[in-house]
Every structure is written in structure tokens, then in C-alpha cells.
Design a protein around this ligand. Structure first.
Ligand code: CP3
Length: 354
């Protein structure tokens, strides 16, 4: 971080608590299939994982949306599932269907995973750090570079279920049947991913986002959100800051509702809370201290719709966060069918060029 003039990077400034008007913007999944240039690089690279592990291609697709739209933040192109892969689990992506992992159903598969101190984990992940360095070198100076990883519960749920299931039944069932096994898995993920995030910072990331995409479906029991989601995230954040003091970390706890969103910063000490599209941002803001940094939360379907509905939702987000530290984003990832022209419309409205 030495030598970085953070005052030029608006997303970092907001993460330090400053309100900027208009708010700086980026989009979750901003490098993706809605962009023709992404589809072209993807076709050259081979499989999705080949793209993730090839630093030249990963750098190229990360920079594409910056060149086209000038977003204020760039997010490393990779996937949350490279970490289970690095732990030795079988991971592949089936075109049109999504991720498939060799499901972890009991102790035997857990015992077969690499231990945290096994150097092979970070040898496997070396192309990711190489990509971070190359992206930083290729970005405009004022663009904030975000690294990321999945939250332990979300990653564990894929490891256990072997795929994304709507209600995460396999992960919840195992957490109920053998909670100590799921706790051991989450503990492994906390420790490995703390080191993973630290190394992303060391390679050139300015800030990181932790994706808890499955906060909405947690096991039964008292305060499941704290036990399975917020506390493991808090341990990662504390661990990262022992090596990267004052590290800026955004936590996106999708599906946790307005009450869950209000708990993210107090209970994890994140620098910002990422807000999903299901939460009323204006209502959430009235419940948060003015110093709390928010990010979000345009509905990806409004971006598909475009037109007056899109302008109105951009305006509503600006109104809800006026004078407050906020980073403009979607409330979940952009989808492949979104017209590029609607992204341009959104940014023009935000930046008041229209
Ligand atoms: O935001 C970004 O642009 C950075 C890159 C990024 C990807 N995945 C690229 C990707 C990030 C941050 C992720 C995180 C991720 N991956 C999450 C958490 C965020 C979320 O969306 O809730 C999850 C749950 C995954 C696991 C995953 N990866 C799934 C379920 C899928 C299939 C869904 C789909 O859209 O096909 C992926 C594949 C994936 N990850 C794609 C991209 C661009 C599409 C792959 C392709 O090009 O075919």
C-alpha cells in the first residue's frame, strides 16, 4: 500500500467515510457475458476456470468494463470457488448450468482437504495474485482495485452441496446433523481465506469484498446469522487487519433482510455494508449511523428494463444516500441478457450527463 495516493481513488475515500456526490460506481459481475468483448475472450480462453487461472486473460476481462464505462472500481476477475479447488476439492463449471463440486458429505472428504499451512494451496492460487498485480499495473491510477473471496458459510454450502441448490438443503442438513464438522470446515475456510485476502492486498488490491451470497438460508437455531455468517466473517476481518492495518473490507450479506444488513458493520467491523436489492435502502439508512458506509442496490431487473423505471431507481438511490458515504452498485450481479445501452443510461443518469 506504500506510495498509494488514496485521495485519488474515490471508492477508497468513501470506504474511509467520505460522502462524494455523485457517488462512485461499480457493478457486481461487471466483467461478464453481457459484454461482447468478454464473450470473445472467454471463447479464446477455453473453460471458465481456464480463464480464471490465466493471468493475461483474467487481466484483460477485468479491464474491459473499465475501458468501456470508466467505473470508479475494478473487481478482480476470478470466482469464490477457486478456494475449495485450492484445498484439493474437485471443481468444474458446466456451461449453462453453473458450478459442480465433488460434494463433501462427511469426515472422510473433510480429512482429505489440504491443511492451512500446506504451501500447495497458495501455489495453486498464485495466478490470482499475478492477475491482481497485472490489473493494478493496467488500471488508471484513480481506479480502486477490489479483491474478493466468498464468506465461509457461502463457500462451505457449495462444498457440501456440490452445486448451488435453491434452499441449500444439504449444507443446512449437515450443519444440523454434524455441527462440529461444519464448524471445522468453516474454521478452515476462515484461516485459509484470511491469508488469501492478505496476499491479494500484498499483490496490489486497494480493498476487498466478502460475498455472503447465501445469508438468506442458514441452518435452524438461535441466532444462526451470527453463528454461521457474521462471526466467521468478523474473524477473517480481524485476521486480515493484523497484517494489513486499517484494511478496507466490504461485506455483502445477500438475503439477510433489513435487520441482518443493519448488523453487518457492528458485528463484523466491516468498512461498508453491501446492500442487496431486496432491502429498502432509504429505510435501512434511517436505521444506520450517518458514518456507516453503504453500497448498492439497484435491482438487476431494473437494469434489464431500462427506460423511465431505471432513471427513477437511480434517483431513489441518490435521494436515499444524499450527503452520506455511499458507493453506487447493483443489488446483485448483472445478468447476461442486460443491454449494454442500459448500463450507459444508468451511468449517465448517475453522473447527470443526461
Ligand atoms: O463481480 C465480478 O465481476 C468479479 C468476478 C466474480 C465472478 N464470480 C465471475 C463469474 C465474482 C466476484 C464471483 C463471485 C461468485 N461466484 C459468487 C458470489 C456472488 C454472487 O453472485 O452471489 C458465487 C455464488 C459464485 C459461484 C458461481 N460462479 C456461480 C453460481 C456461477 C454460475 C452462475 C452464472 O452466472 O453462470 C459462477 C460462474 C461465474 N462467475 C461467471 C462469472 C462471470 C459466469 C461464467 C461464464 O462466463 O460462463
Amino acid at each position: 500500500m506504500v506510495g498509494v495516493r488514496t485521495e485519488d481513488r474515490k471508492v477508497l475515500r468513501v470506504l474511509s467515510g467520505e460522502a462524494i456526490s455523485p457517488p462512485p460506481a461499480w457493478m457486481m459481475r461487471q466483467a461478464g457475458r453481457y459484454l461482447p468483448e468478454y464473450r470473445e475472450t472467454r471463447a479464446q480462453a477455453g473453460s471458465f476456470l481456464d480463464l480464471c487461472y490465466n493471468p493475461a486473460f483474467a487481466t484483460e476481462v477485468t479491464l474491459q468494463p473499465i475501458r468501456r464505462f470508466g467505473f470508479e472500481a475494478s473487481i478482480l476477475f476470478s470466482d469464490i470457488l477457486v478456494v475449495p479447488h485450492a484445498l484439493g476439492q474437485g471443481v468444474r463449471f458446466v456451461v449453462g448450468e453453473g458450478p459442480r463440486l465433488d460434494a463433501l458429505t462427511g469426515r472422510a472428504e473433510f480429512e482429505a482437504l489440504r491443511e492451512v499451512d500446506d504451501p500447495a494451496i497458495f501455489t495453486h492460487l498464485a495466478p490470482v495474485f499475478e492477475a491482481v498485480s497485472r490489473i493494478r499495473a493496467g488500471l488508471p491510477h484513480e481506479t480502486t482495485l477490489l479483491g474478493f473471496c466468498g464468506a465461509p458459510w457461502t463457500v462451505a454450502s457449495y462444498m457440501i452441496g456440490g452445486r448451488g441448490t435453491p434452499d441449500l438443503a444439504p449444507a443446512r442438513a449437515l450443519a444440523t446433523a454434524d455441527p462440529s464438522l461444519v464448524e471445522a470446515l468453516i474454521d478452515r475456510l476462515v484461516r485459509v481465506q484470511t491469508e488469501y485476502l492478505i496476499r491479494q492486498f500484498e499483490a496490489g488490491a486497494d480493498a476487498v469484498q466478502i460475498f455472503e451470497s447465501h445469508a438468506g438460508v442458514l441452518p435452524e437455531g438461535s441466532d444462526a446469522l451470527a453463528r454461521w455468517s457474521l462471526q466467521p466473517i468478523a474473524r477473517m476481518i480481524e485476521g486480515v487487519r493484523t497484517r494489513v492495518p486499517d484494511a478496507k473490507i466490504i461485506v455483502f450479506c445477500r438475503g439477510s433482510g433489513i435487520d441482518g444488513h443493519a448488523r453487518v458493520v457492528p458485528e463484523t467491523h466491516a468498512s461498508a455494508v453491501g446492500v442487496d436489492w431486496g432491502v429498502d435502502l432509504a429505510a435501512l439508512r434511517t436505521r444506520l449511523p450517518e458514518t456507516t458506509v453503504t453500497q448498492g442496490n439497484l435491482h438487476p431487473e431494473t437494469l434489464i428494463a431500462g427506460g423511465a423505471a431505471l432513471d427513477a431507481e437511480v434517483d431513489a438511490i441518490l435521494e436515499a444516500t444524499r450527503g452520506l458515504p455511499h458507493i453506487f452498485n447493483l443489488g446483485h450481479g448483472i445478468t447476461p441478457q442486460t443491454p449494454v445501452a442500459h448500463v450507459e443510461q444508468m451511468l449517465a443518469r448517475l453522473r447527470r450527463e443526461a
